[in-house]
Design a protein around this ligand. Structure first.
Ligand code: GUN
Length: 288
C-alpha cells in the first residue's frame, strides 16, 4: 500500500484496504460454500430509532451483500423490553445458520448493555463485546475482538508501522475503541498511555506519541502543536455538523507533521466494517 510520493503517500487509505480485505473474504466465503455448503450469516439487532445506528447497520448489511454473507436485520421499537431483546438473542444463539450476532450500540436507557452483551454466545460474538472475549483480549488471545481497534491494527500492519517499544497514546477510553485498542498495543509491547475527557493538559501526552489513536467524537480536538514531527495518527472519531462529517483531528494542518494519517471519512470506518466481515467468516469457518 505505501510507496507513492507526495502528501498522498502519508494517507492511510482505509477504503482501498477495506476493499482488498473484502475481496479476500469474498473468495473465502465462496470456498466455504463450495466445499462445505456453509453460507456465513450475520444477524443484526437495532433497538429504537437512532438514525446513526440505522445507517451504520445498513452499511454493514451492504458489505455482507458484497462478500456473500447472508445478513438478517431485527429492527425493534424503542419500547422493546430487555427481556424481549434477550429472548431474541437466545433464539439466534440456537440457530445454525446464524454465525455472527451484532447488537448495535447505543441501546435505549432502559436496557442494560452489559446484560444484553452477556447473552450473546461468545463464539458468535462478531463484535467482540462479550466479557469473555474482552477478557481473552486482556490476556493476549485476540480471536474475536472489537472491530474498530482490530481494523486499526490491520491498517498499521499493512503500512508496516513498527509497534514494539513505541510510545502509543490513545485518546478516549470507551469499551468499543479506546480500552481494547490500548490492550492490543500492550499485547504488542508498546508503551501505552490512555487519556480521555478528564485528562488535564492532553497535549502533555499527545506530544510524546509515536503513534496517536484518537476516538472521542470531538471535532478537530487534535491540533498541529499537540503532536511531534513524524507521528502516525489514526482518527477513529466522527462528528456531524450540517451534513458534513468531521474527525477528531484537524487533518489539513496536522498532516504536515505526520508521517502517516487516516482521513475522515475513508479511514477507520471502512476498516471496521471489513473487519466485521472477517469475523463472521471466521466464526463460520470454525464450524467446519
Ligand atoms: N456503536 C458504535 N460503534 C459500534 C460498533 O463497532 N459495533 C456496535 N455494535 N455498535 C457500535
Amino acid at each position: 500500500m505505501p510507496g507513492e510520493q507526495g502528501s498522498d503517500s502519508k494517507i492511510i487509505d482505509g477504503r482501498a484496504l477495506a476493499k482488498k480485505i473484502e475481496s479476500e473474504v469474498h473468495s473465502k466465503v465462496q470456498m466455504l460454500k463450495d466445499q462445505h455448503n456453509i453460507t456465513p450469516g450475520l444477524s443484526t439487532i437495532v433497538v429504537g430509532d437512532d438514525p446513526a445506528s440505522k445507517m451504520y447497520v445498513k452499511l454493514k448489511h451492504k458489505a455482507c451483500d458484497r462478500v456473500g454473507i447472508i445478513a438478517e436485520d431485527h429492527f425493534l421499537s424503542e419500547d422493546t423490553t430487555q427481556e424481549e431483546v434477550i429472548e431474541l438473542i437466545q433464539n439466534l444463539n440456537k440457530r445454525d445458520d446464524v454465525h455472527g450476532i451484532l447488537v448495535q450500540l447505543p441501546l435505549p436507557e432502559h436496557i442494560n448493555e452489559q446484560k444484553v452483551m452477556m447473552e450473546i454466545d461468545p463464539s458468535k460474538d462478531a463484535d467482540g463485546f462479550h466479557p469473555l472475549n474482552m477478557g481473552k483480549l486482556l490476556i493476549g488471545n485476540e480471536e474475536l475482538v472489537p472491530c474498530t481497534p482490530r481494523g486499526i491494527m490491520t491498517a498499521l500492519e499493512e503500512y508496516n508501522v513498527d509497534i514494539q517499544g513505541k510510545d502509543v497514546v490513545v485518546v478516549g477510553h470507551s469499551n468499543v475503541v479506546g480500552k481494547p485498542m490500548a490492550t492490543m498495543f500492550l499485547n504488542r509491547n508498546a508503551t501505552v498511555s490512555v487519556s480521555h475527557v478528564y485528562t488535564q493538559n492532553l497535549n502533555r501526552y499527545t506530544i510524546n506519541a509515536d503513534i496517536l489513536i484518537v476516538a472521542t467524537g470531538v471535532k478537530h480536538l487534535i491540533k498541529p502543536d499537540m503532536v511531534k514531527e513524524g507521528v502516525v495518527i489514526v482518527d477513529a472519531g466522527i462528528s456531524k455538523e450540517e451534513d458534513k462529517v468531521y474527525g477528531d483531528v484537524d487533518f489539513d494542518n496536522v498532516i504536515k507533521k505526520a508521517s502517516l494519517i487516516t482521513p475522515v471519512p475513508g479511514g477507520v470506518g471502512p476498516m471496521t466494517i471489513a473487519t466485521l466481515m472477517q469475523h463472521v467468516l471466521k466464526v463460520a469457518q470454525n464450524k467446519v
